[in-house]
Write a protein that binds this ligand. Structure first.
Ligand SMILES: NC(=O)c1ccc[n+]([C@@H]2O[C@H](COP(=O)([O-])OP(=O)(O)OC[C@H]3O[C@@H](n4cnc5c(N)ncnc54)[C@H](O)[C@@H]3O)[C@@H](O)[C@H]2O)c1
Length: 309
């Protein structure tokens, strides 16, 4: 299917929401040569979008001229009117997203593709009120959009295969790594895997097996080192499915499989230990430690992007 899909090298792309994710998504599409319109209900955010993109492009050593292909537009209808493809990155609020897509659909062509960048909300729920549900899907980017390659492409029961194929190719051509999520399940693929790991990480601390710092150290110094080049199922094949089965028979019964969040996590939140926001979560964080951790992550992601080139 994908091979037969034609994606114009210069599509008209509209991005709704110019916040953390929206401005970065606009940047990626503009860098790939598309004409991008962008809107935001917050005037100052919209006005600052091009400057933010320019700073990112300079910082990453990407073509600074790409910002000229981004056009901020105050009115939502004007932003989407001629678009081939619309991606929404507004607040994570279901009624707001539903209202926004209803409004978008009033202004676009019948064949314009509509995507939501929701982190966790069911795409089915967001898109259920549309006139043409076959053109709608989810595209879950990861932060920062211009440094993390993955974009999960989530179809609903209504999404046409051609729309999925177009969207996969659009993102692949823009240098992203699209992954097709065939069923609209909570957390899609990436966040299900990530939070399966986090659940056990919390449980290890809760059960007194180690402290929070040790959990993170173990991951970073062991399989975290390999994860970027060796996925778990590749790894299972590498060591053998028979060995994997034997390990699962011993370990899985003891791994946390409670259906809800850990009481330990609930207590942290109840005690106001909210992480960076309050200076303490699983661990204590000074402003300097917070800044150092953020800088370390960005440095690492930039190096990985360079290595990909
Ligand atoms: N931050 C992340 O790491 C991340 C990762 C993946 C997906 N997401 C998802 O992406 C979406 C955006 O997240 P974000 O982190 O960029 O949030 P953000 O708060 O930085 O940006 C949202 C923007 O939407 C604007 N907005 C609100 N209502 C609007 C409307 N009706 N029309 C136009 N603009 C409107 C706001 O003014 C704001 O600038 C959310 O659905 C979020 O869950 C976020």
């Amino acid at each position: 299917m994908t091979e037969s899909v034609v994606v114009s090298q210069k599509s008209k792309i509209a991005v709704i929401g110019a916040g953390l994710m929206g401005h970065g998504i606009a940047q990626v599409f503009a860098l790939a040569g598309h004409d991008v319109t962008i809107t935001d209900s917050h005037k100052t955010t919209l006005e600052g979008a091009k400057a933010r993109i320019s700073t990112n492009l300079r910082d990453l050593g990407d073509d600074p001229g790409a910002v000229d292909r981004v056009r901020p537009v105050a009115d939502l209808g004007d932003c989407v009117r001629n678009a081939d493809y619309v991606v929404e990155a507004i607040l994570e609020d279901m009624p707001l997203k539903q209202r926004t897509f209803a409004e978008i659909e009033r202004h676009v062509r019948p064949d314009t593709i509509l995507a939501s960048n929701t982190s966790v909300m069911p795409i089915t729920e967001i898109m259920k009120g549309l006139q043409r549900r076959e053109r709608a899907l989810g595209t879950h980017w990861w932060n920062p959009p211009f440094l993390v390659p993955l974009v999960e492409v989530i179809g609903t029961q209504w999404t046409s295969p051609g729309v999925v194929a177009f969207t996969m190719k659009l993102h692949a051509d823009a240098g992203k790594t699209p992954a097709h999520v065939k069923k609209d399940v909570p957390g899609f693929i990436g966040n299900r895997l990530q939070h399966a790991l986090w659940r056990e990480a919390v449980s290890l601390v809760e059960r007194g097996i180690c402290d929070a710092e040790t959990v993170d150290d173990v991951i970073k110094a062991a399989f975290g080192r390999r994860l970027a080049v060796l996925g778990p199922l590749e790894n299972a094949d590498l060591v053998g499915t028979d060995l994997t089965l034997a390990i699962h028979q011993t370990v899985l019964p003891d791994i946390d499989h409670r259906p809800g969040p850990s009481p330990y996590l609930e207590k942290l939140v109840a005690d106001g230990k909210l992480g960076f926001k309050s200076g303490e979560g699983f661990r204590k964080w000074s402003p300097e430690q917070q800044a150092a951790l953020r800088a370390r992550v960005v440095r690492h992601l930039k190096k990985a992007r360079e290595a990909d080139k």
